[in-house]
Design a protein around this ligand. Structure first.
Ligand code: BJW
Ligand code: ZN
Length: 256
């Protein structure tokens, strides 16, 4: 196993030959845009309890608190922009015959950067729907919530379109992600602590199916031991270098 931003020759060879690359991103991919992560020192779960904010029971118990937290996050995202990690992943779509971008992030920044085929595993904090009848909420959530926001059709509580603990992931998306992990030649795990399943299992699937697994993170994650290469550093610095390497080795490939 190698630890560096000086990528190994083996990674260069794998990228040169890859027909199918999967990038799987977590909160660290958006950290340099100013979006808090969950489990870092300054992350959401160091300040708030997931049980009080990120469950259906919490919504029913204290709708104003839960709705305000998500509305505030959604509204704050309006002034946040993608960073070089997101932008490099857009470039990578062009480099490989097949490139899948799978994300646990709910911030929509990959789509804003211009990635065209983003598979969302944990939903999107900018969308809201009725927890009773399922209908989409058309209007943006207000900045200040003084009374619980309810569905115009049935009166049910409005919730964010995100996946809370104990909830099933969008089935088609997780199935697609598992198949992509099983079939890819190179798997990039970027900015995730790799503790939340089933998303964390994708790297295991990719590794056991023969893919070359690379982690990009400011520190080794829970999945570090199964990686073939660790790139320790901020994703906004590593991904541009990785995209550059990919372009270089593939250009050399087409010439020879
Ligand atoms: C940088 C950086 C920089 C920082 N550059 N890097 C199998 C085994 C064990 C448990 C389970 C299992 N299967 C299911 C479970 C239960 C549970 C689970 O996994 N629990 C574990 C925590 C123990 N999973 C679920 O409940 C899931 N549902 C499910 O499986 O349904 C079926 C089922 C139900 C019941 C029982 C069994 C099966 C649903 C999970 C939903 C997760 N939801 C959240 C909240 C979304 C809403 C919201 O945003 O509020 O999703 S939790 C939170 O964690 C969020 C994230 O998407 C997710 C992952 O976090 P992520 O992205 O990895 O962020 P961090 O903060 O953890 O890490 C950031 C990383 O970035 C760090 O490593 C930093 O070092 C790094 N970093 N700056 C590069 N600049
Ligand atoms: Zn409703």
């Amino acid at each position: 196993m190698t630890t560096s931003i000086d990528f190994t020759d083996e990674l260069g060879r794998r990228l040169a030959a890859a027909k199918h690359v999967v990038a799987s991103t977590g909160a660290g991919a958006s950290a340099e845009s100013g979006v808090p992560t969950f489990r870092d020192l300054e992350g959401y779960w160091s300040r708030y309890s997931p049980e009080e904010l990120a469950t259906q029971a919490a919504l029913v118990r204290n709708p104003i608190l839960v709705q305000s937290w998500y509305a505030e996050r959604a509204n704050r995202l309006k002034s946040i922009v993608p960073n070089p990690c997101h932008n490099s992943l857009v470039e990578m779509e062009e480099i490989f015959p097949r490139f899948d971008l799978i994300t646990q992030n709910v911030d929509n920044l990959h789509q804003e950067a211009g990635s065209t085929n983003v598979v969302e595993l944990h939903g999107n904090v900018r969308r809201f729907y009725c927890s009773e009848c399922g209908s989409d909420r058309k209007n943006a959530m207000p900045d200040e919530i003084e009374t619980a926001v309810c569905c115009e059709a049935c009166g049910g509580l409005i919730r964010p379109d995100v996946v809370w603990f104990g909830e099933i992931l969008p089935q088609e998306n997780i199935r697609y992600a598992c198949e992509a992990a099983r079939a890819c030649d190179v798997f990039l795990s970027i900015g995730t602590s790799s503790v939340v399943y089933p998303a964390a299992g994708l790297a295991e699937i990719a590794g056991s199916s023969g893919a070359f697994c690379v982690e990009v993170n400011i520190e080794g994650s829970a999945a570090a031991a199964i990686m073939d290469e660790l790139c320790i550093g901020p994703a906004g610095r590593i991904l541009p270098a990785l995209a550059k390497l990919a372009k270089t080795v593939r250009r050399a490939n087409t010439k020879s």
